[in-house]
Design a binder for this molecule. Structure first.
Ligand code: XMP
Length: 511
């Protein structure tokens, strides 16, 4: 396995994903982690990430120099290269202008790092993003790649397995960047490419059985991909000792509750408690229009209902959660604490209140890996590739007052929009597509009649992680079909608009 030390680059997680794509297991640690923990992790190689600082900044992050004594290969990327340069007595200087964007790397093809990479005239298109650059090579290093602007764009130690790159092999803009990282992990560090969904499942089932023994596990199932994979994985591991609770809060999409019950009870034979709490939720939400209030009410009520059900069921030792790796990485940020934009609700508040031990079988996985595991476990593609859906559900997509009638209108419209997006083959490339019912009425004409009905907003965005997003450039004819069908088929809507805001400054959801 490979250890990635994070110096605060926005690309650190990408390095991890590229390494894992090549089937080598890796983890990310913050740069200031104790040497002891690194030794304990016992990696076969280490990667130093990029970062926003300059090695000359007063508060520049450093790493224990002893990492070079561990006897394992080290690859420095961008800031990581400058650190390595400084350590080996080279000189880092401020480049006159920041180098940002494409560069042509002229490489020494005999190098293992560039093994098996098809080059055009000995050149490779790479992505640069840096302010500092090497002025003087450190002692005992040689150049293995250069660009017009950086005479040392790639270097290595003459005897020891230390490598450094000025460009970013982890970003998609660098051609064959993934192969460069694979060469490092597999050919230089000697890692075996054995990290696969199948292996993960096999090992995880063993681990869960050992951890749980014949104790009891409770799992809150939402029908989203993460909790679904957790449920099926636990079911494989401990079967009858697992109980899943699914709460229908009345804020789900069309037929969603029925589908979840059918999939998990009938197809997977999971012990599933279905709680129909629609009326309770709608009652609690009556007259509430403030988005944050909606979120708080839904979050708290969910916890209350879940506790009530758990009590009925008797004693449980573990609570299973679909925590993913991006949630547990101690990421390094030099931007300071961020403001709360929205209070996100998931089952977060539960364990502290309920005195459960947590079981989080996905905490080492990225989302795309969770999907692979889901497919391998036999979950339907419909669930595995489902767009993210917020915990508060349609409550934050019915703007203003929430009533059953409005929710039903939204459900109909939403299912038409999604159906058309799927038919057009766009569903997978879109991060999220959904509709929002506005508390605005507009005038229309249907036949010879005047209508005065709701406006519906359609929103579709592309994104990698939901942190930033752009509105999807959906072909006009698809938009036209969605609009036509909704206005014709859904009573209560006579106008559809398309949301063309990016995040930031807008957010993905409207509330
Ligand atoms: P925003 O609207 O903040 O959404 O740009 C970013 C992503 O988070 C989802 N979202 C939520 N997910 N509980 C969740 O589990 C929530 O309360 C919640 N609010 C927003 C949103 O759908 C998008 O994918």
């Amino acid at each position: 396995k490979i250890l990635i030390l994070d110096f605060g680059s926005q690309y650190t997680q990408l390095i991890a994903r590229r390494i894992r794509e090549n089937r080598v297991y890796c983890e990310i640690f913050p740069y200031n982690v104790e040497l002891e923990r690194i030794k304990e992790f016992n990696p076969k190689g280490m990667i130093l990430s990029g970062g926003p600082k300059s090695v000359y900044d007063e508060d520049a992050p450093f790493v224990s120099e002893e990492i070079y004594e561990l006897g394992i290969p080290v690859l420095g990327i961008c800031y990581g290269m400058q650190l390595m340069c400084k350590h080996f007595n080279g000189v880092v200087g401020r480049a006159e202008k920041r180098e940002y964007g494409y560069a042509e790397l002229i490489v020494n093809q005999k190098e293992i790092l560039f093994d098996d990479i098809p080059l055009e005239n000995g050149k490779l298109k790479v992505w640069m993003s840096h302010g500092d650059r090497l002025e003087k090579m450190p002692e005992d290093f040689i150049v293995i790649g250069k660009t017009d602007n950086s005479p040392v764009a790639a270097m290595k130690h003459k005897e020891k397995p230390f490598y450094a790159l000025q460009f970013h092999p982890e970003v998609a803009h660098t051609d064959y960047g993934s192969s460069i990282l694979a060469n490092f992990a597999i050919k230089i560090c000697g890692c075996l490419p054995v990290w696969t969904a199948g292996n993960f499942i096999h090992n995880e089932i063993e681990k869960i059985r050992e951890q749980v023994g014949d104790k009891k596990v409770l799992c809150a199932l939402s029908g989203g991909v993460d909790s679904s994979v957790v449920a099926v994985l636990l079911n494989e591991a401990i079967g009858k000792n697992l109980t899943c609770v699914f709460v229908n809060n009345g804020l789900l999409r069309k037929n969603e509750a029925e589908q979840v019950v059918k999939t998990f009870r009938d197809n997977f034979n999971i012990n599933l408690i279905f709680v129909d709490a629609e009326e309770e939720f709608l009652k609690a939400l009556r007259g509430v229009t403030d988005p944050e209030k909606k979120r708080k009410i839904i979050g708290n009520l969910f916890i209350k209902i879940f506790e009530r059900e758990a009590e009925k069921l008797g004693r449980f030792d573990f609570l299973a959660q679909g925590t993913l790796y991006p949630d547990v990485i101690e990421s390094v940020s030099f931007k300071g604490p961020s403001a709360t934009i929205k209070t996100h609700h998931n089952v977060g508040g539960l364990p502290e209140k309920m005195n459960f031990k947590l079981i989080e079988p996905l905490r080492e996985l990225f989302k795309d890996e969770v999907r692979q595991v889901g497919l391998e476990l036999g979950l339907p593609e419909d669930i595995v590739y489902r767009h993210p859906f917020p915990g508060p559900g349609l409550a934050i997509r019915v703007i203003g007052d929430i009533t059953k009638e409005r929710l039903d209108i939204l459900r109909e419209a939403d299912s038409i929009a999604i159906e058309e997006i799927k038919k057009a083959g766009l569903y997978r490339e879109i991060w999220q597509a959904f509709t929002v019912l506005l508390p605005v009425k507009s005038v229309g004409v249907m036949g010879d009649e005047r209508t005065y009905e709701h406006v519906l907003a359609f929103r579709a965005v592309t994104s990698l992680d939901g942190m930033t997003a752009d509105w999807a450039k959906i072909p006009y004819d698809v938009l036209a079909r969605i609009s036509n069908r909704i206005i014709n088929e859904v009573k209560g809507i006579n106008r559809v608009v398309y949301d063309i805001s990016s995040k930031p400054p807008a957010t993905i959801e409207w509330e």
